[in-house]
Design a protein around this ligand. Sequence first.
Ligand code: ADP
Ligand code: X2W
Length: 305
Amino acid sequence: MNTSPFVPSPHLQARILAEALPHLIQYDEQTVIIKFGGHAMGDAALADAFAKDVVYLKQSGVNPIVVHGGGPQIAAMLKKLEIKSDFVHGLRVTDKPTVEVVEMVLSGLINKDIVSAINRQGGKAVGISGKDANLMIASRITEMPDPQSNLMQAVDIGYVGDPVEVNPHIVDVISKSDIIPVIAPVAASRDGETLNINADSFASALAARMKAKRLLLLTDVAGVLDKSGELISQLTIEEARGLIKDGTISGGMIPKIEGCIEVVEAGVEAVVIIDGRVPHCVLLELFTAHGVGTLLGRARYKSKT
Ligand SMILES: Nc1ncnc2c1ncn2[C@@H]1O[C@H](COP(=O)(O)OP(=O)(O)O)[C@@H](O)[C@H]1O
Ligand SMILES: CC(=O)N[C@@H](CCC(=O)OP(=O)(O)O)C(=O)O
């Protein structure tokens, strides 16, 4: 067996560099919000590759901000504690004992795991949640649009919030230094109640408020898939709404797409749902011409820049 490492030819190396450098310049000092989904963080080697990408971005003059999920990890802890859990339109029904577990898993275990992974790769990360310095104020969700009719329906899903106010000052202060912020999607209401926020909604609200250059949502599928399971590489807002309405997009993909629409409508150039199972997917998405997922923008892009 040949065990010698693959060495690209000078021609290939030159091509890779020539492709990457204009993208690097494009992102210089720009804010890129990266949502690291719970499914994407399951594999230790992939988590390390993700942490390395984030450190490379910071070292190259980009301003990466990490927002993480942790749905599968919350589910595992709830199971251990024998607490039953249901979802309504992709959101976890969250009673009082559940919200305590959610905060413990997100702000405690997962947040610190990601901070340590980034620090192990030579970065300096600090973990916070939406509660810190009032980064995010949320209010309980009491109604939701029916995915098919789009008409609002009253719901009672407990301590689940929608972002109502984002104060990115703390993130700006951290990002202006050599430190990388890592944010857990837990927030307080105006009355100080702890609320569970879907991580895609959290990352989207932050990206919209900060007018980020890009929002990347890492997940466990190749991107948005059509009815026959093929990857859709670009979507307009209208096409995305149509796919929710006809049931092609369901479950956890609904809050992702709704968040993407909100972000693009707020003026962010584009949002990309990418395959977190591909090692170094963040670098590939930002610094190569073709990227690795579904790009949602106001209009169809000729190229992703
Ligand atoms: N049209 C679709 N294309 C891709 N995934 C979809 C689609 N509709 C529903 N999904 C589901 O959405 C899931 C991704 O959302 P979610 O489970 O919340 O992931 P994450 O933990 O990464 O946020 C996929 O694993 C898939 O099961
Ligand atoms: C309200 C709601 O559903 N909150 C999510 C928060 C975590 C999350 O969104 O994690 P992923 O990105 O890994 O799915 C939950 O309780 O699972």
